[in-house]
Design a protein around this ligand. Structure first.
Ligand SMILES: *[C@@H]1O[C@H](CO)[C@@H](O)[C@H](O)[C@H]1NC(C)=O
Ligand SMILES: *[C@@H]1O[C@H](CO)[C@@H](O)[C@H](O)[C@H]1NC(C)=O
Ligand SMILES: *[C@@H]1O[C@H](CO)[C@@H](O)[C@H](O)[C@H]1NC(C)=O
Ligand SMILES: *[C@@H]1O[C@H](CO)[C@@H](O)[C@H](O)[C@H]1NC(C)=O
Ligand SMILES: *[C@@H]1O[C@H](CO)[C@@H](O)[C@H](O)[C@H]1NC(C)=O
Ligand SMILES: *[C@@H]1O[C@H](CO)[C@@H](O)[C@H](O)[C@H]1NC(C)=O
Ligand SMILES: *[C@@H]1O[C@H](CO)[C@@H](O)[C@H](O)[C@H]1NC(C)=O
Ligand SMILES: *[C@@H]1O[C@H](CO)[C@@H](O)[C@H](O)[C@H]1NC(C)=O
Ligand SMILES: *[C@@H]1O[C@H](CO)[C@@H](O)[C@H](O)[C@H]1NC(C)=O
Ligand SMILES: *[C@@H]1O[C@H](CO)[C@@H](O)[C@H](O)[C@H]1NC(C)=O
Ligand SMILES: *[C@@H]1O[C@H](CO)[C@@H](O)[C@H](O)[C@H]1NC(C)=O
Length: 805
């Protein structure tokens, strides 16, 4: 024999004798009893009946080498339309080309769809050694393949399109029952909301959920079945399409992933020694792994080594010891604030119901969650993308509601959870709060002792103001400094820090807290809370963006921003605010320090009276009080108060009159040098009015665009308020009426009195004395006898009890 022919002979022997039976050709359909066997003999395709007692027939693919009852059908064509009369059923390749299953009547029970391919004259179907049944053209073009239409099983090498923009998500439907391949309630697939996790549903309810995909473009793991095998998995984003694929190392036994009729997704491997399928992994692995089994804020713990059990995440405790599904609740109530801390929970299967924030770095992700009070937790991953086709590889997940369906194992994923302050800090806060309550209730006076008052902790104030950083200072005064701050995540507040340790600061603090907490009026600044910490006294107010009246009024450039309509609105608002203090609130309150810098402006430039540190409460039968400590601001102080310490609601009327004249003129009471020919603003106003030249007084920056009669009326009212005798001055209720009702006749003002602070002398009792000036003439008087003054007609709302008979 010619040695050269020998190899050729072997080739012929290998290829020639066996009639190929892995192909289905046109004109040669498959009937019940016929089989296609894949090359190598691993898989078979044919008609089968899952239940011996039921003659229904299905076309399926199964492991050819595995005997019943372990043989497993891995694909079914006509799962919802079984052949019931087997006699003439057949599966054929048509010329379209299509695969068609027809019964005795010749009507199709099942068919592949072919919209694209043509030239099917010699098309055929082949069962490949991978278990893929492929309809193809002679030149190799694949028209259809079973791997693109999986039923309940994923085989190695099967490239599964999990989701795509065009086709939606692929679903794996479990058999309805052990012996019933029809579509059941249980199915698996990618979560269509996120494309980031795999879920098993029971009907519409989630039944089991995988971890959220993070870094697994490729991963490998080993498993033991019949020997050691390696499993390679791939999750690939290609454009908008997400694919899953796995392989096993060569020589590995049969391996498959199947969603079985009990709802378990299993990776199993054939163990020929044991003649059984060995379960390598399954999901859910235990009851604890089923969806939300541990309730809100609970997780299934796989780290103990034993049977997984439900646990509560850090900072949480069981709602109900006897019913795990009720989940967990916070040990410390979470009050959202900038200083909340986040704890890192490692090894987490992160919860469901997340929101993905696109295109973010880890820091941005953390920051966004921190800044939003609704954000309970976040997790971040950088999805590695070997193909480079993913537009956004950042995976920032945030949660705003209950955290459900968590697990803990050895996965590489951290969950960052928002927790309330530490217990130590909470305790400290409670102590501070109690101290505050005791402090307030120890105070005497007419104030309600059971005062409910929002207490804000010193730590939160430190955070809100960046530890009282200079860049947050809004203003300074004798009392201390005012800072801008951010409390509770988003609210801007103004924080007044009273002079440390000074007795005066403490008095002012008391006053302010007890007074203003009870007051509610749109023209009074709102107190939001307070804080006592060691020798610190802090008051927290609503933040008003437009600073105070003096900031605009006495600045040559900014005063033009206050046109007459705004000034008129401010005058009326301040008058209403003082009227409320005097008679509309439950108490009669004398502010004692009405002045331009204490009038704050909101974003609509409406006035809000602030600073109640010097205010005094009058009981209902009290009209006047005397004090040895004259406090207030020179220029705005009424003569009887500056001279004798006597104050009443009429001292506020006087201060308001001065303020009104300032607003009209844009001149400061305390800087007389700016007025030529007159010692001060009051005398100037009086003389203008007397000489019927009130327009001279009007601020040049509003003069052009204002109704002079209205301005003139305002000046007239201002002069009534600064009259020498308190009895002659109108009540604020009357002032409000006069301002708002132009038909009210104004009485004629008497000559005002002012005092010259520069000539102040100190008397024997330590109090300052002033030389009083009246209409330019010097008088030294202890007390003015009421000179004749014209009373305005009392208004209906005027409070008579405050008027001397
Ligand atoms: C056989 O199975 C099919 C599909 O599950 C079912 O519709 C039919 O009623 C069954 N027939 C018998 C005789 O059990
Ligand atoms: C295969 O044949 C079909 C039909 O003739 C044709 O449309 C297709 O382009 C061919 N494909 C290749 C790869 O030759
Ligand atoms: C299977 O049997 C072979 C030989 O009998 C043995 O070497 C091997 O360890 C067995 N494998 C398993 C997984 O039991
Ligand atoms: C099982 O393992 C044995 C020994 O390692 C090997 O001979 C046999 O081929 C394996 N069976 C399968 C199905 O891989
Ligand atoms: C699926 O839901 C049905 C109806 O609610 C229930 O009877 C069945 O037990 C559920 N299946 C699983 C696997 O939980
Ligand atoms: C446990 O709690 C769940 C959810 O609140 C409730 O549906 C269930 O009936 C409770 N089970 C028992 C035994 O109380
Ligand atoms: C992502 O953010 C970067 C910088 O923050 C920006 O340049 C880029 O355009 C963003 N990409 C998308 C898709 O939004
Ligand atoms: C994410 O991956 C990109 C590219 O690999 C890298 O530049 C970036 O630093 C990563 N970011 C994080 C937070 O790991
Ligand atoms: C705040 O500043 C003070 C002094 O300026 C410093 O002693 C203190 O440690 C700071 N506190 C914090 C929380 O930074
Ligand atoms: C007042 O504040 C609002 C809001 O900050 C602002 O839009 C407006 O310009 C301010 N008005 C003046 C006069 O500054
Ligand atoms: C304005 O005052 C007049 C005169 O005192 C009075 O008759 C009228 O009712 C008042 N108008 C309003 C709206 O209060």
């Amino acid at each position: 024999m010619d040695m050269a022919c020998f190899p050729l002979l072997i080739l012929l022997l290998l290829s020639s004798p066996c009639q190929s039976n892995d192909q289905l050709k046109q004109g040669n359909p498959l009937s019940p009893g016929d089989l296609l066997i894949s090359e190598g003999g691993d898989f078979a395709l044919g008609f089968f009946s899952p239940d011996a007692s039921n003659k229904s027939l299905y076309i399926g693919i199964w492991y050819h080498n595995i005997p019943e009852p372990q043989r497993k059908v891995i694909w079914v064509a006509n799962r919802d339309s079984p052949v019931t009369s087997p006699s003439s059923a057949k599966l054929s390749v048509t010329k379209n080309p299509e695969l068609v299953l027809s019964d005795s009547q010749g009507s199709p029970l099942w068919a592949t769809k072919n919209d694209a391919a043509s030239g099917g004259a010699r098309a055929f179907a082949v069962l490949r050694s991978t278990g893929n049944f492929v309809l193809q053209l002679p030149n190799g073009t694949e028209v259809w393949q079973s791997f693109d239409h999986p039923t309940d099983t994923i085989l190695p090498g099967m490239k599964v399109l999990l989701s795509s923009k065009a086709q939606g998500a692929t679903r794996f439907f479990a058999w309805k029952d052990l012996n019933d391949p029809s579509i059941g309630n249980l199915y698996g697939g990618v979560d269509p909301n996120s494309n980031l996790q795999f879920l098993i549903w029971n009907g519409t309810a989630p039944y089991c959920r995988t971890t959220v995909f993070n870094d697994i473009t490729q991963s490998s793991s080993t498993y033991h079945s019949n020997g050691t095998s390696v499993l390679y998995q791939e999750l690939v984003y290609i454009g908008n399409e997400l694919y899953y694929m796995y392989y096993v190392s060569t020589g590995s036994p049969y391996t498959r992933v199947t969603l079985d009729y009990t709802g378990k997704m299993k990776l199993v491997s054939w163990n020929s020694n044991m003649s059984s399928w060995a379960v390598i992994t399954e999901s859910p692995g235990s009851h604890c792994d089923t969806y939300a089994a541990c309730g809100p804020f609970g997780y299934c713990d796989h780290t103990s080594g034993g049977v997984p059990t439900c646990q509560c995440i850090d900072g949480f405790e069981r709602v109900d010891e006897h019913n795990i599904t009720r989940g967990c609740q916070r040990k410390e109530v979470l009050e959202c604030r900038k200083g909340n801390h986040f704890v890192t929970l490692p090894g987490m299967k992160v919860p469901d119901k997340f929101l993905r924030i696109s295109n973010t770095s880890f820091d941005q992700c953390a920051y966004m969650c921190n800044q939003n009070c609704l954000c309970v937790a976040y997790a971040y991953a950088n999805i590695s993308d070997a193909t480079g086709s993913m537009i956004d590889t950042s995976r920032c997940l945030v949660w705003t509601g209950d955290l459900v369906d968590m697990g803990k194992s050895d996965v590489e994923e951290n969950l960052y959870l928002r927790l309330a302050d530490s217990p130590g800090k909470q305790k400290k806060k409670k102590a501070q709060e109690r101290m505050m309550q005791e402090y307030l209730s120890s105070m005497d006076g007419v104030v309600d002792k059971n005062i409910e008052f929002p207490f804000i902790s010193f730590e939160d104030i430190i955070l809100a103001t960046d530890n009282f950083s200079d860049s947050n200072i809004l203003g300074k005064g004798g009392f201390g400094k005012v800072y801008k701050g951010m409390l509770e995540g988003t609210n801007e507040v103004a924080i007044k820090r009273l002079g440390k340790g000074s007795g005066q600061g403490t008095d002012e603090f008391r006053n302010e807290v007890v007074l203003i907490v009870k007051l509610q009026h749109k023209n009074l600044v709102k107190l939001l809370g307070c804080c006592i910490h060691e020798d610190e006294r802090l008051l927290i107010y609503e933040y008003l963006p437009n600073k105070s009246l003096d900031y605009f009024l006495f600045d040559s450039a900014r005063k033009s921003m206050l046109q007459w309509t705004t000034r008129s609105k401010i005058i009326q608002g301040v008058a209403r605010g003082i009227m409320y203090l005097h008679q509309d609130s439950r108490l009669t309150i004398i502010h004692r320090d009405i002045k331009a810098s204490n009038i704050l402006l909101d974003k609509e430039m409406s006035p809000k009276i602030s600073d109640f540190g010097m205010a005094r409460i009058f009981c209902s039968d009290q009209h006047q009080a005397n004090t040895n400590r004259v406090v207030g601001t020179y220029g705005y102080m009424s003569p009887e108060y500056a001279m004798e310490g006597a104050f009443s609601v009429k001292s506020d009327t006087y201060s308001f009159g001065v303020l009104l004249l300032e607003i009209v003129s844009g001149l400061k009471i305390s800087s007389p040098h700016r007025i030529t020919d007159f010692p001060n603003l009051i005398v100037y106003a009086w003389n203008s009015w007397k000489d019927r030249k009130t327009e001279d007084l009007v601020d040049l920056s509003v003069k052009e665009n204002c109704p002079l009669d209205e301005v003139s009326r305002c000046i007239h009212i201002g002069l009534l308020c600064v009259q020498d005798s308190p009895d002659c001055r109108p009540l604020m209720a009357e002032v409000v009426s006069m301002l708002e009702n132009k038909t009210i006749q104004l009485p004629t003002p008497t000559c005002p009195v002012y005092f010259a602070s520069r000539d102040a002398e100190t008397g024997r009792d330590g109090n300052s004395r002033f030389r009083l000036m009246a209409c330019g003439a010097t008088r030294t008087l202890r007390r003015f006898a009421p000179t004749g003054c014209q009373r305005s007609a009392p208004t209906a709302s005027a409070d008579r009890r405050l008027r001397n008979p």
